[in-house]
Design a protein around this ligand. Structure first.
Ligand code: GLN
Length: 281
């Protein structure tokens, strides 16, 4: 094999071994190669005249073996890109999803005329800090509080704020509103656990390596959404908004929970697959 084709063949073999477990087998192989070579994906497409040294080859084999066992790419490489940020991830939290970027996008559209105001935002169940840090990076005059029940998540979100040089977001430990300061927010966002505990997709794919506490909720996945919506109103400024991510079949029920709790202008937005995903009130 000549040097220029070594990377190509390694990627080909890795892709084949991931095909059964991943819909993104080729991308997975490329991301693992980039991790080992410490390069970006563009570099791989030039089929560089480079051979992996022994240590790199051993590391590539090791990370591929992990992926073949089902471990998520984000856990193997330790990071996931979300919005414009690079976020450190850990098995203690959910891996940020592209669908959640829909929430960030809609929040920015809804807050467009307030983007330079000294407003206050709250993110409940922040995990890696994905939503709060993305919004804090865009709305620079705002202050954010990001809260999570899990101490490891609080530490991780604090680290992610530092790594991405975001200074307008404070991360605190709180079980939903338990430790939230008694103040009024202009925007409250959350991607709470919303999967039904009996959902069969919990035993398949990357989700098996994520904490159930970040994924599932009782009452067909709606119990945490009910807790948040029953309390959020007393923490909202007049005209403030609550935005919640939910399952793609929960739109109707979540709109009903908003309405039962006295929210008005209740509206649902669709995700990248055109499924109902974010409801606002
Ligand atoms: N959207 C994620 C999934 O379907 C779950 C996220 C959540 O429960 N908040 O895997």
């Amino acid at each position: 094999m000549d040097n220029s084709s070594q990377i190509k063949w390694l990627l080909h073999d890795a892709t084949c071994s991931f095909n059964k477990l991943s819909d993104t087998a080729k991308l997975d192989a490329e991301l693992l190669m980039c991790h080992v070579l410490d390069c970006n994906r563009t570099y791989l497409f030039t089929w560089p005249d480079k051979t992996l040294d022994e240590a790199q080859l051993a590391e590539f084999k090791q990370v591929c073996a992990k992926r073949a066992l089902g471990h998520p790419i984000a856990h193997i490489v330790g990071y996931r890109e979300f919005w414009s940020l690079n976020l450190k991830v850990s098995p203690a939290t959910l891996i940020p999803r592209p669908d959640t970027e829909t929430l960030v996008e809609q929040a920015l559209l809804l807050m467009q005329e307030h983007k330079d105001k000294p407003f206050l935002g709250l993110d409940l169940g922040t995990g890696t800090g994905a939503i709060a840090l993305s919004l804090a990076s865009e709305l620079k005059t705002w202050e954010w509080i990001a809260a999570d029940f899990v101490p490891e998540a609080v530490t991780l979100a604090q680290e992610n704020a530092k790594l991405n040089q975001i200074n307008n977001c404070k991360v605190i430990q709180s079980d939903w509103f338990e430790n939230i300061p008694n103040t009024k927010f202009n925007l409250i966002v959350s991607n709470p656990p919303y999967i039904d505990e009996a959902d069969s997709h919990l035993s398949q794919g990357d989700v098996r390596f994520e904490p159930l506490s970040a994924l599932t909720a009782g009452d067909s996945g709606l119990s945490d959404i009910k807790i948040i919506l029953s309390q959020a109103k007393q923490y909202l400024h007049d005209g403030g908004l609550v935005m919640i991510e939910h399952g793609n079949t929960q739109g109707k029920e979540v709109r009903a929970i908003f309405c039962q709790n006295g929210y008005s202008n209740v509206n649902t937005f669709k995700d990248l697959s055109a499924n109902e995903r974010i409801t606002v009130g």
